[in-house]
Ligand binder design. Sequence first.
Ligand SMILES: C[S@@+](CC[C@H](N)C(=O)[O-])C[C@H]1O[C@@H](n2cnc3c(N)ncnc32)[C@H](O)[C@@H]1O
Length: 269
Amino acid sequence: MNAVEASANVRDQKPEKAAVPDEIPPELAANLAYYESQDAVNTYSFYRFLPEEEVLIPKYFKVGDSVLDLACGMGRTTRLLHEMGMHVRGVDRSENFVKLTNQRFPYLDIRLGSYDDIQEEDSSFTNILIALNGIDYAFPETQRVKTLKECARVLKPGGILIYSSHNLKSLHWCSPYYWRSLRWKFRNGFRAFRTRSYVWEGSECSLYNEPSYAVRQTEETGLKLVEIRGFNRFKSSRIDLYFSPYIHYVFEKPGTQQLPARRRAENNG
Ligand SMILES: C[S@@+](CC[C@H](N)C(=O)[O-])C[C@H]1O[C@@H](n2cnc3c(N)ncnc32)[C@H](O)[C@@H]1O
């Protein structure tokens, strides 16, 4: 299914989505329409950390930190960070998600907004999280670059950005982690020779990129890589990083206001 067909499919199934203006590119229109659906609400309403988040969040974020949870979806990580004792603000572009999350958790601070135009002061948050590959739904890619620049602007010196992103290399060799059909694997496996590519999965379209590309693009904003983490299945970080469908990245904004990330991680550990 190509982008135009996929977008048309989503609109056909859900006639009310015709409200999405035609001039929006099909990739973005399909994503916007999907977030209005009950299926999307169910998919993103699981309130537990991913295994990599369980390691990285206590390692780099502290009780009492201010955290901006961008693309917070149904408030999964916003709620968990709040319960850990952080001052967390969630931001998402989906009106549906923001409305439902505010109804479910009225005690949380959840706002409507886009991560490429963050309505916050410079150097105002200790940490930023973009969980579950939320940054990959930026479309076109210039929006992703703007988002990373916005994160660099809003973070305090010494602050930490954690995000996860789809790993293009994992599309090689029909990675065992994908439940998609053989046809999907075959078609998308060839994309793994590139550095980045938008990939359709069901009704959603998102960016997959090579880890070195993601690191370079983020470091161009002035943030510095601290840690990369893939799945922990093969007990070899090299193999795990290759096969992981998504990878977690930890970056730091250089500066002296806080302990450097590595020392903070040691103290937390
Ligand atoms: C895969 S979901 C991740 C949800 C959430 N972070 C989680 O961990 O459960 C992607 C989210 O990105 C949001 N999103 C996409 N583009 C956005 C943008 N420009 N600004 C803010 N949020 C956006 C979508 O509305 C959706 O909630």
